[in-house]
Design a protein around this ligand. Structure first.
Ligand code: PGA
Length: 259
């Protein structure tokens, strides 16, 4: 049975004045919650402060991006060892906002994935189709291309250390989530590809989370879908009560599913 996992992607939200109470509230709100893992991904500037707040709790720290090189002349960038030093265990890579706004290519994302793995970070590799691609029947083609390119040259035994996130672009920040059926279909397809890239056993143990307008109202039914192993939450993760509810519902569905 795969342990469900909820990732909070705060995006470009969270001055220290906002990040501290948010992290503290989530940590305290989840004190008694079992059967789910939680990762908070604040902006770089809040990583150290949030890391201190989460220290000693089961909640993990993650970053929202990294450079593929461990150091060098890359003004304004952040390297994987810098994240590891702050206690980060995860890093979101290939998010559609970065693919679109900063032109990140599959090739660059692949270099980041391999670098993150070599520095002991778990890449949260995001794949997902646009509305146009879905309309044209290109959903599977798109996510397959992104997955294969993102994991190119990743050794079969390292593939299992990647956390995959299916995030249909049309569902991100729109309020219109994929249905559990739509997401489950793509997750199943991705798991089939992982079987080919690694092994059936590895693919069966890997978690694939869904992201795109996950909220307290839909978290339970999404997590009840057998192929959905949790959520990558953007907007709704900025509210303590909302995110705590999503995590609890995900844990509950996971427990029911595994029973
Ligand atoms: P959303 O974002 O929950 O605000 O739709 C999800 C994401 O982009 O990771």
């Amino acid at each position: 049975m795969r342990m469900p996992l909820c990732v909070a992607n705060w995006k470009m939200h969270g001055t220290l004045a906002e990040a501290r109470p948010l992290a503290t509230g989530v940590r305290d709100g989840l004190r008694r919650v079992k059967g789910v893992e939680v990762v908070l991904c604040p902006p770089f500037t809040a990583l150290a402060a949030v890391g201190e707040i989460l220290a000693g709790s089961p909640l993990a720290l993650g970053a929202q991006n990294c450079h593929p090189e461990p150091s060098g002349p890359h003004t304004g960038d952040i390297a994987p060892p810098m994240l590891a030093e702050l206690g980060c265990r995860y890093v979101i890579l290939g998010h559609s906002e970065r693919r679109r706004e900063t032109g990140e290519t599959d090739e660059l994302i692949n270099r980041k994935v391999r670098s993150a793995l070599s520095h002991g970070l778990t890449p949260i590799l995001c794949v997902g189709e646009t509305a146009g691609e879905r309309r044209q029947g290109l959903t599977f083609t798109t996510v397959e291309g992104q997955l294969r390119a993102g994991l190119a040259e990743v050794a079969a035994d390292a593939v299992g250390r990647v956390l995959l996130a299916y995030e249909p672009v049309w569902a991100i920040g729109t309020g219109a989530n994929a249905t559990p059926g739509q997401a489950g279909e793509v997750h199943g397809y991705l798991r089939g590809l992982l079987t080919e890239l690694a092994s059936k056993e590895t693919a069966g143990a890997m978690r694939i989370v869904y992201g795109g307008s996950v909220k307290p109202e839909n978290a339970e039914e999404l997590a009840a879908e057998p192929e959905i192993d949790g959520a990558l939450v953007g907007g709704a993760s900025l509210n303590v009560q909302g995110f705590v509810t999503i995590v609890k519902k995900t844990a509950h569905s996971g427990a029911v599913r595994g029973a």
